[in-house]
Design a protein around this ligand. Structure first.
Ligand code: HAM
Length: 430
């Protein structure tokens, strides 16, 4: 039987798990470019790094995100370990970070501002921009409840998107109010939805008793239709929560951040109160939610920490990679050092090392004739070829060829070996 397994079968057998993909080459470059830019901006706003485990006790997510959310009820990778403990691969970053702030007593010096990036897992239906393993880049600001902080948090997200070359997006914000708001609103919502109970999906009928606000987040068409006529939270907002939200909006206006108030925005996780926001691409096609977040008042206390509020957001990094403008991405210029024949290998080797020592990206191309080597350099996406032949060595020169240059007069230059590095640095613009 074993003999029947063909090479094709083997390749199929060992594909990545559905919804998970290998990242390599320029994807990793882009990933790192995004993370580096975001970290620089995070530092400017006073954020420090945190890295929490990918696995947490299942209750960390169940209790914070909420049993009735899609994330907890349908999308978590949960399993028993060999000791019989229920563990879950993190579906998002906030719960673990807040758990760590409490476990490590980081709350003793408030405010705490932490940023993180890494893999998250959700058993979602895979499609372009939606994966079962994806990466998030997140920020959590704990211990300061103030509209200025909410506006600053949104401003930071806006700044990161611009810095990485994502321009076609809009910011949507809403308020989910405080306890008073929620109590009054939930009553009104249940009253309205109960009148349509029979038309609601089975899942929403159950949620009507357990967590009615989650029905607003349903993916069912009929549920959506019913919810489009449902009472809005904004009509039940307490005076205090209303003033808070007004101030956030006013501050965003003051710093010229464009946003739309979306009274239907409820977010897919239970822990939010007050300000909630999303960054959405306005491009058609793939998943348009680039990132989202909001304020959470009860999470720290829920994990046994102090009764302080936090606010944060996370971007989906794969989605940022899909939506960033290519020309904005720091393209690394690469040089190929090409000896015409084996006789020039030693000089080419020394030249390569001197380019590396000067901090330039360069590769040596060996083997085959010159035309094969030039083709190889093209395939490697080299921008510049430094060609070293018998004549060049005799004159102590090299021939520099700009691979992407169409203008014949500027395509080739003969350069003295001693000035090659400043010449290339000028070309690299460094
Ligand atoms: P979230 O809206 O569930 O919020 O996820 C944040 C972002 O992660 C989404 O906007 C999206 O870009 C990306 N994302 C979510 N699911 C997938 C997926 N299956 N494939 C690819 N990308 C995905 C949170 O996770 C909150 N923890 C954000 C937060 C931080 N709130 C407060 N602090």
């Amino acid at each position: 039987m074993l003999l029947c397994i063909t090479k094709r079968n083997m390749i199929d057998m060992f594909r990545p798990v559905r919804g998970m993909k290998d990242l390599f080459g320029s994807d990793i470059d882009r990933y790192q470019f995004i993370i580096n830019k975001a970290i620089d901006i995070g530092k400017k706003y006073g954020f420090l790094h945190i890295s929490t485990p990918i696995l947490e006790h299942t209750d960390v997510f169940k209790r914070s995100i909420g049993d009735e959310t899609d994330v907890v009820s349908k999308e978590m990778y949960t399993f028993e370990d060999r000791g019989g403990e229920s563990l879950t691969l993190r579906p998002e970053g906030t719960a673990g970070v807040v758990r760590a702030i409490v476990s490590e007593s980081l709350y003793q010096n408030l405010p705490v501002k932490l940023m993180y990036h890494g893999e998250m897992f959700r058993y979602d239906r895979p499609q372009k921009g939606r994966y079962r393993q994806f990466r998030q880049l997140g920020f959590e600001h704990i211990g300061e409840k103030n509209p200025y902080i909410d506006a600053l948090t949104i401003a930071m997200g806006n700044e990161i998107l611009h810095a990485i070359g994502v321009f076609d997006f809009r910011i949507f914000i809403n308020t989910l109010g405080d306890d008073e708001t929620r109590t009054n609103y939930t009553k009104a919502l249940v009253k309205y939805l109960s009148r349509h109970k029979d038309s609601l999906s089975k899942e929403s009928q159950i949620r009507l008793d357990k967590n009615p606000m989650r029905i607003l987040d349903s993916k069912d068409k009929m549920d959506n239709e019913i919810c489009s006529m449902a009472p809005l939270i904004v009509d039940y907002i307490s005076k205090e929560a209303g003033n808070y939200f007004e101030k956030v909006c006013m501050l965003l206006d003051k710093i010229d951040i464009n946003y739309d108030v979306d009274n239907f925005l409820v977010r897919g996780l239970d822990y939010y109160s007050h300000t909630a926001f999303e960054f959405k691409s306005i491009k058609e096609g793939s998943q348009n939610a680039l990132g989202g977040g909001g304020r959470y008042d009860k999470l720290l206390k829920m994990f046994g920490g102090p009764d302080v509020s936090g606010i944060g957001f996370a971007f989906g990094v794969e989605r940022l990679m899909l939506h960033m403008q290519k020309e904005h991405f720091d393209k690394r210029i690469k040089t190929a050092v090409i000896p015409v024949s084996d006789n020039e290998n030693d000089i080419a080797f020394e030249t390569l090392i001197s380019l590396h020592n000067a901090g330039l990206n360069a590769e040596i191309i060996l083997g085959g004739n010159i035309s094969k080597k030039m083709k190889h350099a093209h395939r490697q996406n080299c921008d510049i070829a430094v060609i070293i032949g018998e004549d060049e060595i005799a004159d102590n020169k090299v021939t520099v060829k700009f691979m992407q240059q169409n203008d014949i007069d500027n395509k080739m230059k003969s350069i003295h070996r001693g000035v090659l590095i400043p010449f290339l640095k000028d070309a690299y613009n460094i």
